[in-house]
Design a protein around this ligand. Structure first.
Ligand SMILES: [Zn+2]
Length: 415
């Protein structure tokens, strides 16, 4: 087999790339320098817009791109960066089969860097490939921008979830919009206010008329804008948030009971009680037999907390019922909660009454929490991997790459 054929396969080049020369530069890490040229075509393409364009000049001469490593060696692709005269963009470097426009890395190398930055973090990717953190960051931005230019994520939306995500301590939030149909994030921006939601509807334009369902957490900064900008859409209250309210009410009851025990001087009982906090938050279905026994024992030890736990569990169960049964069960639940003498649940019953139409729409149309929940979990993982984000735009870029499906597949995977 000819060496050039081996080399071509190893570097992942297809018929569109011609290898002219190869050289190894010795060093602590050997460098494989591969001189190439694109296969000649009658007309070139503009590197900026991709349109056909006629030849202009040889540009600034030879350029080089870091390519996928070959074993111990790093690989450098070297070629003349010819220019074309694009009607739309003017004289521009011609599109090359191995690299994105304006990058010192090959496309395949960038795809791997982005892949590593998503599953790990940018610092880990920088270390792995021996490039700077800034270079990793720029690559993520370049890849995300290119992908966003190609697809319109806001096209054909009929059901969306609008939610907020924390990006930094001190009440710094992003607003994130997910598509209920695909489960993907389709839009994200800094801030959580009526203005932020307004920006989403600005981007959506007349397509807002096609929106049939919007799920949200009941915050008026979302629902008010939706009522104004998409008046025909049914607003559903995300079940995830309603159950979250109940969990919070349960926590308040537990804390009040714990304080009572402490003030009564029952230190040991108070300590045991404090340990219940995380157990109570979990779903009954996910508890082990031993954990269930702890909660059963509560019925005798602290009836008020036990009742609060039951109320939380029953509310969660209602969301799994068909609408007619759910309506009846919700009536019963509201009556029971209102008479429970547990102040946080009396208040919760009032809140739920005021959102009742939205809650019933959620049950009827089955727009469950799954999407918001799984996206929030993944977004939380991105934030944790990066050990937080100072720049909201950098966070948005990573969210879009990972959760909007913009991240490129691995270079050797056929698209
Ligand atoms: Zn152009």
């Amino acid at each position: 087999m000819r060496v050039s054929k081996v080399l071509k396969a190893m570097l992942g080049f297809g018929r569109e790339v011609v290898i002219l020369a190869v050289e190894v530069v010795e060093g602590t890490r050997p460098r494989l320098v591969v001189e190439v040229r694109p296969k000649r075509r009658r007309r070139g393409r503009c590197g900026r817009c991709g349109g056909f364009a006629s030849w202009f000049d040889n540009g600034d001469g030879v350029r080089s791109w870091r390519h996928l490593d070959a074993g111990f060696a790093t690989v450098e692709v070297v070629a003349l960066a010819r220019r074309v005269d694009c009607r739309a963009c003017g004289p521009t470097v011609a599109a090359l089969p191995w690299a994105r426009h304006d990058s010192a890395f090959s496309r395949a190398f960038e795809d791997l860097v982005v892949h590593d930055a998503i599953i790990g973090n940018k610092a880990a990717a920088a270390h792995r490939y021996g490039i700077s953190w800034r270079a990793v960051n720029n690559t993520c931005v370049r890849v995300a921008t290119e992908a966003l230019d190609r697809v319109d994520l806001l096209d054909g939306l009929v059901a969306v979830a609008i939610d907020e995500v924390k990006y930094k301590k001190g009440h710094k939030y992003l607003t994130v919009v997910c598509d209920h149909v695909t489960g993907k994030v389709v839009w994200a921006a800094k801030g959580r206010s009526k203005d932020t939601v307004g920006e989403f509807f600005d981007a959506l334009g007349s397509r807002a008329g096609q929106l049939e369902f919007v799920t949200a957490d009941g915050a008026t900064w979302i629902t008010d804008v939706v009522a104004l900008r998409a008046p025909d859409a049914t607003v559903c209250l995300d079940t995830f948030h309603v159950i979250g309210w109940a969990t919070k009410a349960l926590d308040e009851v537990r804390r009040a009971e714990w304080n009572k025990l402490r003030q009564a001087g029952a230190a040991k009982a108070a300590k045991e009680f404090k340990g219940l906090r995380f157990l109570l938050r979990r779903n009954w279905a996910n508890l082990t037999m031993g954990q269930r026994e702890v909660i059963w024992a509560l019925e005798a030890a602290n009836r008020r907390t036990f009742r609060a736990f039951q109320l939380k569990e029953e509310l969660a169960d209602i969301f799994a019922l068909p609408l007619i049964q759910a309506r009846r069960a919700l009536d019963d639940w509201l009556a029971y909660a209102s008479r429970s003498k547990l102040a946080p649940f009396v208040k919760l019953a009032r809140t739920i009454r005021s959102y009742r139409a939205s809650i019933e729409a959620t049950i009827e149309w089955r727009l469950t929490n799954g999407i918001a929940e799984s996206n929030n979990a993944s977004i939380g993982r991105i934030r944790a991997n990066a050990r937080g984000f100072h720049d909201p735009q950098a966070f948005i870029t990573m969210i879009m790459l990972d959760r909007a499906g913009l991240a490129p597949s691995l270079p050797w995977t056929a698209e």
